[in-house]
Design a protein around this ligand. Sequence first.
Ligand SMILES: Nc1nc2c(ncn2[C@@H]2O[C@H](COP(=O)(O)OP(=O)(O)OP(=O)(O)O)[C@@H](O)[C@H]2O)c(=O)[nH]1
Ligand SMILES: [Mg+2]
Length: 242
Amino acid sequence: MSTSALVIVPTYNERANLPVLVAGLMAHAGVRVLVVDDQSPDGTGQIADRLVTEYPGRVTVLHRTDKRGFGRSYVAGMTQAIAEPVEVLCQMDADLSHDPSQLPNLIAATANADVVIGSRYVRGGAIVNWPMRRRLLSRVANAYIRTVTRLAPRDCTSGYRCWRRTALATLPIDQFFSDGYSFLVEMLFVAARSGLRIVEVPITFVERREGESKVSRAVLIESAITPWRLIAGPSNTRKALS
Ligand SMILES: Nc1nc2c(ncn2[C@@H]2O[C@H](COP(=O)(O)OP(=O)(O)OP(=O)(O)O)[C@@H](O)[C@H]2O)c(=O)[nH]1
Ligand SMILES: [Mg+2]
């Protein structure tokens, strides 16, 4: 693969998953990793430090000490990553739900797009091991977001994404209001509003086998409110999206 990419991976209690993910990513030439750990009580930060020595020059870690958060971690990671001399910046979960072997497909699609979404809901996309209740929640969440915000992508909540670095650099990510997984929706909304080209590439999403989900009640409430906050934003929002 000739395109250079830096994958930003937020981690909180992913000690069993992170080494497997990083090994999978290291199989791709030109790919580097930035782990953003929030002082995981299970020692994921130390495991990340070990990976830095195991893969010299290809893995770095940012140990955050401020209030923990998914969105906050991405803001910190992206702020650092934007200054790196790479063509593509990627976002991935550490829990192996996002298959590193599919990364080259996503990166390749940045040749004709500013943002590439690894999508469960386009032809060829799939979800493995999710119970019906979880499938329904994700489907309803996407339908709700797309209806309220008029966003066009089928999978607005996917956390597997690649950006052309120069395109990502134009977004005011440090001004975003959401911190939970809504951060992903907010990013996409602002990207669409500012006219970035968004495409979807099918992925197979696999339910985590190790560790625990961090989806809380507060995160779900934030997700319900975010689409309305977004459309209540700048008055040109709807015009730019239509
Ligand atoms: N740095 C950091 N990472 C986080 C935080 N919360 C979640 N993460 C990471 O964000 C990624 C996604 O979190 P998950 O708990 O898997 O959430 P999810 O994928 O929406 O939910 P599941 O499908 O239940 O796994 C994982 O790599 C987590 O370790 C946080 O507060 N700080
Ligand atoms: Mg997950």
